[in-house]
Design a protein around this ligand. Structure first.
Ligand code: GLA
Length: 352
């Protein structure tokens, strides 16, 4: 059996939460909970074939409920920020939670990361899969429309975790779903991610203001510390005296990906020199947020007695641009009844 189910405990209201482990033919494992759809652990082989856990997470459900910095979870309805927690659709203004200073972040106070998803494990043609569904009622967290969401995780035999997102609505709304896994490809050997080398398949990014809301400009990466068009250590320029880096406390920006949105293409590639692990991110999304863990505390107790440090993990969140509902010239995040929101992101693991 390539899928194992265990209990992950119960919520305060008695709701039981499960943990599913998917195993592929190579022995790679992905452990996922239906609480927030979080990827709790993900093993990948190093250059000697040794599997190590490459994502940050917690041992217990309580820690996810209590103080998770969005470890591994599904983000929705709207990943990233919406300025001042407000947007207008067909002349109607919608007011959302201001849960990140004055701005709205990652779907609000109780986003998809804190919801209980209905799980269904199955042996899909491509490998073991966990299909999670959630119906977000009209008005939840201030958003219009009943949104029916499906997120399917499939662990394929080429050591890739594919995430397929679909959503439909009964009323015009906005949607921007992503996954918030924090990676450290050293699997615990390196404390920070600063020596990881990163490539981002992008010529431009969306500069932000001091509250991390895009100004609306699309700026070339050339000549800036955000130029990752060739493999560069994350730490090489992260502390440079640069206004954009200052705003994010390091990298926390949206890169506009090369190629056609809607087509699955390489978005980013990360290489960890000591283990030789490589992670490729492929997506149909127009953009990607690279976040270097700048808001992680100096020390956080994680899985198996591990302690995570500041910048101890990085996120590569495939997405539409932040604040799209207030930026008509950005690719649209609107979804209408009768349309199907459909995106795919693949995290693929190799070793060199
Ligand atoms: C995203 C944001 C960051 C931060 C983290 C969560 O990646 O862009 O600014 O809010 O989520 O801590």
């Amino acid at each position: 059996m390539k899928i194992k189910k265990q209990s992950f405990g119960t919520l305060a209201d008695g709701t039981p939460i499960a943990l599913y482990t998917l195993v592929n033919a190579q022995g790679m494992m992905a452990t996922i909970t239906n609480y927030g759809g979080a990827i709790v652990s993900l093993t990948a082989p190093d250059r000697h074939g040794n599997f190590g856990d490459v994502v940050l997470g917690f041992d217990t459900l309580e820690e996810y409920v209590d103080h998770s910095p969005y470890f591994g979870c599904i983000i929705g309805r709207f990943g990233n920020r919406i300025a001042n927690g407000r947007f207008t659709l067909d002349g109607v203004e919608y007011v959302l939670a201001q849960n990140d200073g004055q701005n709205h972040l990652h779907g609000g106070r109780k986003g998809f990361d804190k919801r209980v998803w209905t799980p269904r494990a199955l042996e899909a043609p491509d490998g073991p899969a966990l299909v999670l569904t959630y119906t977000s009622p009209d008005g939840e967290e201030g958003y219009p429309g009943t949104l029916a969401v499906t997120v399917a995780y499939t662990l394929t035999d080429d050591n890739a975790l594919a995430i397929d997102y679909t959503a439909t609505t009964d009323k015009k709304t906005v949607v921007n779903l992503t996954n918030h896994s924090y990676f450290n490809l050293s699997a615990g050997a390196a404390e920070t991610i600063l020596d990881h080398e990163l490539f981002i398949n992008a010529e431009t990014f969306t500069p932000v203001d001091g509250t991390l809301i895009p100004t609306g400009e699309i700026r070339p990466v050339g000549g800036t510390p955000l130029d990752f068009r060739t493999l560069t250590p994350i730490g090489a320029r992260i502390n440079m005296d640069d206004a954009q880096l200052k705003f994010g406390g390091g990298y926390d920006h949206n890169w506009v990906l090369n190629g056609e949105p809607g087509e699955l293409r390489l978005a980013a590639r990360v290489y960890e020199p000591t283990s030789g692990r490589v992670m490729e991110v492929h997506t149909t999304e127009p953009a990607i947020q690279f976040y270097a863990g700048n808001f992680l505390p100096p020390s956080l107790k994680g899985k198996g007695g591990r302690v995570y440090v500041w910048r101890g993990g990085f996120c590569l969140e495939t997405q539409h641009y932040p604040d799209s509902p207030n930026k008509p010239h950005f690719p649209s995040t609107e979804l209408e009844p009768g349309q199907v929101y459909r995106t795919t992101t693949i995290y693929k693991f190799l070793a060199e």
